[in-house]
Structures are given as structure tokens and as C-alpha cells.
Design a protein around this ligand. Structure first.
Ligand code: UGA
Length: 442
């Protein structure tokens, strides 16, 4: 028989986790205070775009083992495990993570825990957070509450598969029974081969930020190479392919372009920087700051190219292909595409933008941008176009047709997906970040 589990906080992580837990055979109560998110889920509608999740949510609801509520219910009192999945966004006036929601969720659940139940943090937190949450739990509950940290490594776009078959399950706890309980939770994933890695709670908090910082470092490394390639005429795409054949380096996360965005990598690296500063480890702060700076410079590079081509951007029409921080997602958080679009808009350019999945969010959050129906609409009358998110459909754009629509044949490929020869021979002035195709070195 499955376990009784609460999942607190129903964002990308919480919804996917809740659905996967039901698939694993458990009974789940999802707790979400945001009324509109909650109503959507109660109606069986995922309030964001994530491939496959809508169908999986419908199936999970049909089992009768998944329910959603605004607050904890009687169910919570008898639950075996409580997962905390709330967000830890960047603080408004600093790089540090805002852990207020985690603290509030912990204080709240502490009123419902039993001496047999286990509280598990999944949110990404600065190292040392779990230690203080243990005190919050014990003080509110009036007994020693079992606590574990179980960081999540799912990627948007493949969230469901990542939850069904995690490439590792990391568990940190200072209480022995926590490991056993979490092995029960994840039994189907363990049976299908996911490794289960046990450690102390501080290390498990650190694993998550270390993993995301490493991924950010890989991207910024290749983008630092791009800065060199652009002044020497070398080609970073070829360079990445060549070094990637070395298994120790690997070919993943070496895609050069306008860099990383989203709700995780940028804020996690900054939160890590802030925590390292608090801990007095200045060398680590400097290292992480460079990774972030390289990433920001790639966005600035696009503006530089457009200014060099168009001069004053005031009144210029610029088309942007893609708004989400990556394809197969409608997530606009810290999107490099939108950062660039905002910078251009601040310089007086008019923005026409297209995204296959993020139109609704775009219209709500960026009312001054013209949100276009199709990718080709972005080219109409454009003085320049920037390809900012590598949606598959953008690979299919015919350069000849795009050329007829545009006022000026300038395109910046910020993700290196366009066929350079095709676009150049159609008459486009193509800039591919890190490739210097302008010098005919492609
Ligand atoms: C990231 C991590 O990959 C997950 O393991 C982690 O669980 C998640 O954050 C999280 O902390 O919740 P995600 O934010 O979905 O996942 O996105 P990534 O696939 O990591 O991509 C991040 C950004 O890097 C995107 O803007 C993408 O376009 C960019 N990127 C990625 C590159 O610029 N080059 C690459 O080679 C790869």
C-alpha cells in the first residue's frame, strides 16, 4: 500500500512531484495558497506549459488518490511524509535567496506533523537553512520532528520524465529513519535503477546549488570561449563539438549563445554567491561572480551588434523570436530573450515578439511589446531580428520568405540554430554568437 503524502507549494516542482508520487502508488494532498493556481488544478488544468503534464495530471486525478487544497486538512494530520516545494526567489534588494516561504510552510506544517511523520525539504535553499528549520519544527510541534532534505533536479521541458526516472535521488538527514522512509516513497524509481545517495543534511543542501552552479559554469565557459572566437574568427560551435568528444568534458551544456536564464540557474548562482559572502569565502564569491558576469555580457553583446548595424535604436523595429527562457516551456522568468527585448525597448526600439507557448504571459507582463501570432510576423518591416529561444519551428523559417518581409536583412542568431550558409546565401547579414560568420569563417 502507498503512503499518505502532502506536497506543499504547487509550482513547476510541486505539481510534477505530486503527479509522479501518485504514479508511484501514493495518496497525495497538494497544498497551494494561490487561489487561481489552486482553482485551475482542482479543475484538472495545469496552470503552466510542461510537455505531457496535462495528460498525466488528468490520469492522476482519475485514480482518486490526488486532491488539492488551499490549506492543510485532516489528511495532513495522518500523513506519513510532507514535502516542502515552495519557491525561494531572489530577494528584491540583494542576491540572497528569499527563504520566507520555506520558513512559513515549515511553521505551518509543524502544526500537523506527528512523531512518526517525516518532513522533507525539496526547495533550493542556502546551506544551513535546514538546521534553522529543525528548530522551527521542534518549537512549533513540541517534539523532535524528523527532517530530511531531498533536492530536486528536474528540468523544465522534461520535468515529468525527470521525476519518474531521476538520474539520482539525493537525501540528506541527520535522522536514520528518514532514509528508509524515502526509499519507500521512491521505490518504483529505485527499482528502475535510480541511484539513492545518502548524506548529511548540509551536504544535500549544497549538492543542489553546486549542481546548478556547475551547469552555469559550463555554459559561461563556452561563452567565454565565444568572446575569444569573436575577435579571432574562430567558431565556438565547432570548438564545443571538438572538446565535447572527450568524455571527461562531455558535449552537454556547451551550447554557445545568449546564455542561461530561467527561475533557477541565475538566481541559484547569485544566492550561492550571497551565502559564500556571508560565510566569508571570498574566493568562491569572485569565481561565481565571473560566471554571472560572462552570462550578462552575452546579452549585452546582442545590443552591441545591433547598435553597430543600426546606429541609434530609437524608432527602430526589432523582431524577437522566442520569449521563454528555453524551448518547450512558457516560463518567462529571467529570460535572456526578454532581458534583451527590454534593453532594446529602453533605447527606443519597437519590439515585435513571438513565442509558440508564452503569448498569454507576454501580453500580461509586457504590454508595450507587440506579441505576434506567427514567427514570420516578427520579420514584417523589421530593421533587425534576434533569435533568442531555440524553438524547433524557428529552424524551419525560410530565409527567402523572411527576407521579403523584412525592411533590413539583419539577423542575430542568439542560439546558433540557423543554417549559416542558407541564410547568408539568401542575402541575410547573419550574426551568429561566438562564430564570427561575418568574416566568412563558417
Ligand atoms: C535547471 C537545471 O538544469 C535542473 O537540473 C534543475 O533541477 C533546475 O534548474 C532547478 O533548479 O529547478 P532549468 O531551469 O529547467 O533546469 O533549465 P536548464 O535546462 O538548466 O537551462 C537553463 C538555461 O541555460 C536556459 O536558458 C538554456 O537556454 C541555457 N543553456 C543551456 C545554454 O545557454 N546553453 C546550454 O548548453 C544549455
Amino acid at each position: 500500500m502507498g503512503l499518505r503524502i502532502t506536497v506543499i507549494g504547487l509550482g513547476y516542482l510541486g505539481v510534477t512531484h505530486a503527479v509522479a508520487l501518485v504514479e508511484f502508488g501514493h495518496e497525495v494532498l497538494g497544498v497551494e495558497p494561490d487561489q487561481s493556481k489552486l482553482e485551475s488544478l482542482q479543475k484538472g488544468v495545469v496552470p503552466f506549459y510542461e510537455p505531457g503534464l496535462q495528460e498525466a495530471l488528468e490520469k492522476a486525478l482519475q485514480t482518486g488518490r490526488l486532491q488539492f487544497s488551499k490549506t492543510h486538512t485532516e489528511f495532513s494530520k495522518t500523513a506519513d511524509v510532507h514535502f516542502i516545494c515552495v519557491g525561494t526567489p531572489q530577494q528584491e534588494n540583494s542576491f540572497a535567496a528569499n527563504t520566507d516561504y520555506v520558513v512559513a510552510a515549515t511553521r505551518d506544517v509543524a502544526k500537523f506533523v506527528s512523531p512518526e511523520s517525516l518532513v522533507v525539504g525539496k526547495s533550493t535553499v542556502p546551506v544551513g537553512t535546514a538546521h534553522s528549520l529543525q528548530t522551527v519544527l521542534n518549537d512549533t510541534a513540541g517534539f523532535e520532528v524528523s527532517l530530511a532534505w531531498n533536492p530536486e533536479f528536474l528540468r523544465e521541458g522534461t520535468a515529468l520524465e525527470d521525476s519518474r526516472h531521476p538520474d539520482r535521488i539525493v537525501v540528506g538527514s541527520n535522522q536514520k529513519n528518514a532514509f528508509e522512509r524515502l526509499r519507500e516513497v521512491y521505490k518504483p524509481a529505485l527499482d528502475s535503477g535510480s541511484p539513492f545517495v545518502e548524506m548529511d543534511i548540509e551536504t544535500s543542501e549544497l549538492v543542489k546549488v553546486a549542481a546548478n552552479s556547475f551547469l552555469a559554469t559550463k555554459i559561461s565557459f563556452i561563452n567565454a570561449m565565444a568572446e575569444i572566437a569573436e575577435v579571432t574568427g574562430a567558431d565556438t560551435v565547432k570548438l564545443a563539438e571538438a572538446i565535447g568528444y572527450d568524455e571527461r568534458i562531455g558535449n552537454k551544456f556547451l551550447k554557445t549563445g545568449i546564455g542561461f536564464g530561467g527561475g533557477c540557474l541565475p538566481k541559484d548562482i547569485r544566492a550561492f554567491m550571497a551565502r559564500a559572502e556571508e560565510l566569508g569565502v571570498q574566493d568562491a564569491v569572485d569565481f561565481l561572480r565571473d560566471i554571472d558576469a560572462i552570462n550578462q555580457r552575452r546579452r549585452a553583446r546582442v545590443i552591441e551588434i545591433l547598435v553597430s548595424e543600426l546606429g541609434d535604436l530609437k524608432g527602430k523595429k526589432i523582431g524577437i523570436l522566442g520569449a521563454a527562457f528555453k524551448p518547450n516551456s512558457d516560463d518567462l522568468r529571467d529570460s535572456p530573450a526578454l532581458h534583451i527585448a527590454n534593453q532594446l525597448s529602453e533605447r527606443g526600439a519597437t519590439i515585435a515578439i513571438h513565442d509558440p507557448k508564452a503569448s498569454v504571459g507576454l501580453k500580461e507582463q509586457y504590454p508595450t511589446f507587440n506579441v505576434m501570432q506567427t514567427a514570420l510576423d516578427v520579420f514584417r518591416g523589421a530593421d533587425a531580428v534576434v533569435l533568442a529561444t531555440e524553438w524547433n519551428e524557428y529552424r524551419e523559417i525560410q530565409p527567402e520568405i523572411a527576407l521579403e518581409l523584412a525592411s533590413n536583412p539583419v539577423i542575430v542568431d542568439g542560439r546558433n540554430i540557423l543554417d549559416v550558409n542558407l541564410w547568408l546565401s539568401a542575402g541575410w547579414n547573419l550574426y551568429a554568437l561566438g562564430r564570427n560568420v561575418q568574416r566568412g569563417k563558417h
